[in-house]
Design a protein around this ligand. Sequence first.
Ligand SMILES: Nc1nc2c(ncn2[C@@H]2O[C@H](COP(=O)(O)OP(=O)(O)OP(=O)(O)O)[C@@H](O)[C@H]2O)c(=O)[nH]1
Ligand SMILES: [Mg+2]
Length: 510
Amino acid sequence: MFKESHINQRLRNLKKRLKEENPVLSNVVDSFRTLDQISRRLGYFNKEESHATRTSWWPLISILGCYSAGKSTFINYYLRHKLQTTGNQAVDDKFSVICFTNDDKVRVLPGLALDADPRFPFYKISQAIEEVAEGEGQRIDAYLQLKTCPSELLRGKILIDSPGFDADAQRTSTLRITDHIIDLSDLVLVFFDARHPESGSMRDTLQHLVGKTLSRRDSNKFLYILNQVDNTASEDNIEEVFASWQRALAQIGLTAGCCYAIYIPDVAVPIEDDNIRERFEAKRDAYLGEIFERIERVGEERAYRIIGMLEGTAHLLEQEVVPRMRQFLLSWRRKTLWTDGFIFGGILLIFLAATIWGGYWDGLSLELPFLDDWSGGKYLLYGILGVLVLGAAYIHVTVRQWASKSLMTKFLKKINDPESAPNYTRAFRKNSAWYQSIFRRQPVGWSKRTKQRLAHILDNSNAYIQKLNDMYTNPSGDETHMPGMGSQGADDTIETGTSDEPSDASEKIN
Ligand SMILES: Nc1nc2c(ncn2[C@@H]2O[C@H](COP(=O)(O)OP(=O)(O)OP(=O)(O)O)[C@@H](O)[C@H]2O)c(=O)[nH]1
Ligand SMILES: [Mg+2]
């Protein structure tokens, strides 16, 4: 009887929940399962690993930026809930992952809760931290916490509040988490402080965050927000402050992108002059409206992101993982054959030299007198020959293993993404196990059929994207296709190619 793996249970729950929320994504879960099966057969994944846990399935909005810029105040204002502590010194010293709860109480859970649960975007983050800062992985609670909040505005989303950005003081672990958050987020609000629009903290923020966003494909997910502009009301110079802030952004090379100037009504300094106040309020409300709308639409962006990730993974397997394994197999075969040749050739040479020197050759025929005078019986001779063959086999197996180990170290050094090193190690081991032939040209678990399955996933992902487009856009202006209402076809099942596949043992339910 097979016990259902944890990961399988989780994917089943995920699919169930997505079915109501977004049927297209619920089908995408099946495509991820197919990718997982392929990865397991390649030896690239173990039974509990899944590509589906490498992204956040919930829309993720992160709030980053300078310290005391008002990140936490903004979150409280948006959620209409006094959830985060705010204040004029650096308040937050860790990342808070904020998600919805039905309880009417706010709960704070340690970072470990996030590290151990694949439903959250920080699954196994401690490993990633350990890689950049030794010993820090165990201190995950010092970097992360999980907060639950009953605000309805949070339903179906995850918000992340972060400590103020200050690259000098920041440890590599915090920068690592920041990068991870940026990669996963569907929307990144980068906060700046209008009181010090060109402070050192701002420069650090710019360099680390803005500089990095330039080359990204998803750079439109960044919103740059100049907060606390109410402070400019007394001198009525908001335009100047805004323009000099934008110049600073432009200096880094950021010329496009969304920039906003806002202040939070709840905590703003009162603006005495009626004219100025009205102007400020109108601007602020328009900008806040746009920002909130982007936050509301983030569910759509998340759906595209996940399908993008599905495609990316299928390409990664075919264009990176498999070719690398093929190369490994080729080098392994060469190294094994050369070393075998060297050792056995050497033994043969020594044998030849010894027999020639001993005068056992008569022309081209070798005459070994002890064989002629052999009195030990036929079977003893066979026995000795058997031992020689076994010895040769032992040498060959040792050579194979040695070659595989030394090549593995070399190959692992060439891998760009250090997080995939354990996966490659597992796959290399599987391919060079003692029972695998060294003449194998294709990696274990890779065949024409696997290639077809991947092609099928890519076809499906196009179909998924079209369905999403049907749900969210309406180019034809057809009345029956209201954007955001879901198309008639949204819950048609896209063939995922898993149904006819024999599933892994781990995927069978007891
Ligand atoms: N006048 C004014 N004050 C604000 C505004 N937004 C936030 N503040 C104040 O600025 C201070 C810092 O706000 P926080 O929300 O704690 O800032 P933060 O970015 O979360 O800071 P850290 O977590 O320490 O990085 C608090 O005293 C807020 O009351 C605003 O729009 N106008
Ligand atoms: Mg804060």
